[in-house]
Design a protein around this ligand. Sequence first.
Ligand code: FES
Length: 212
Amino acid sequence: MSKALRYLSQTRPEAATNLMGFYKHSVVALDEKTRFLIQIVTKITVGTERGLRQYAPKALKAGATKEEILDAAMMAFPAAGLNKLLDAINILNDLDLLPEVEEADSNKDVSNDLGALEQFAIGRMQSVKRPSGDLIVFRATADKLAVYEARCPHSKSNLCDGTDHGNRVECRVHNWIFDLESGKCIEPIKEGKQQDLIKVPASVVDGHIVLQ
Ligand code: FES
């Protein structure tokens, strides 16, 4: 449940219950996969990134193929227009929900060298954009380094766009919070629900951060 819905369920419990009940009970004949594919079309049409990031992974989980997700996105085009469709393609690609294409050589990472260590300030999250997937670098101290995949483990939003809380990063989509020194998920606190950041092995070689 999003922070906003949780807030409403506390301050306007009856309205929130009815609202969630409407979503739960209003559609009875369509199967789950079809419902989530239609959600993709509607989220693209109204241009809600947050909604698309929330529902597109559910379509995959409900059994939709990546080809079907691409088809759903294309169906939004007549109402959404080209710009919204292209934005959606970027988001779906970011979520790894579209069919693979053979990458041109120019899109491959040319080096495992992320740059000179001294370019990365201590105690600050720093993003490294790479064709193969963005990374987050965090130096807790002068000799303590951590590199993570930038994809949020919850629903694959890019944490480079997350809120920087110094030694923590908060995903902007569903507000999960991660400790950057350990990679541990610290919010939500519900047992068994958390997933930690994915570590990328790296070391310092000749004063540069190098992926292993
Ligand atoms: S995508 Fe859901 S918290 Fe990051």
